[in-house]
Ligand binder design. Structure first.
Ligand SMILES: [Zn+2]
Ligand SMILES: [Zn+2]
Ligand SMILES: [Zn+2]
Length: 136
């Protein structure tokens, strides 16, 4: 009896992104600015002041908020009325603010961030096992 349950036609495969320029497979997911495509991004926490439902950026963190820009109360950081509700991103290249970075794939070989639409995906078959027919 063969002990390997995966020894039949079931082969593990994975999809691998392939660089459109150099065909390299060392691609890494990278967030980028939707305005200029820059990748030097700074996440900025968003604070939610629960009593007035104000949402605003807190670049120094929630504990450093001195007052709510919406209702102008000053006791916000000490109270438990402030909660974190995600973050926005600042592009340090063009100083745009945006809620979600655009995902790109960074190729280590080209040193370039490719758009998803440009990157091809190839099926890579697991090659740890022998490729030939398995003895019955
Ligand atoms: Zn930018
Ligand atoms: Zn407020
Ligand atoms: Zn490349």
């Amino acid at each position: 009896m063969p002990a390997d349950p995966a020894a039949s036609s079931q082969k593990a495969i994975r999809y691998a992104p392939v660089c459109p320029d150099c065909r390299g497979q060392w691609l890494q997911l990278n967030g980028s600015c939707p305005e200029c495509g820059g990748c030097v991004l700074q996440p900025v926490p968003l604070a939610h002041h629960i009593p007035c439902a104000g949402v605003f950026e807190a670049p120094e963190g929630l504990a450093a908020v001195e007052r709510c820009p919406k209702c102008r109360r000053r006791d916000v950081a000490d109270s438990d009325h402030l909660e974190a509700v995600g973050e926005v991103y600042h592009c340090l290249d063009c100083s745009a603010h945006f809620p979600e970075p655009v995902m790109r794939l960074y190729c280590r070989d080209c040193d370039f961030n490719h758009r998803f639409a440009d990157v091809g995906f190839e099926v890579i078959r697991a090659s740890s096992q022998a490729e030939g027919p398995v003895d019955a």
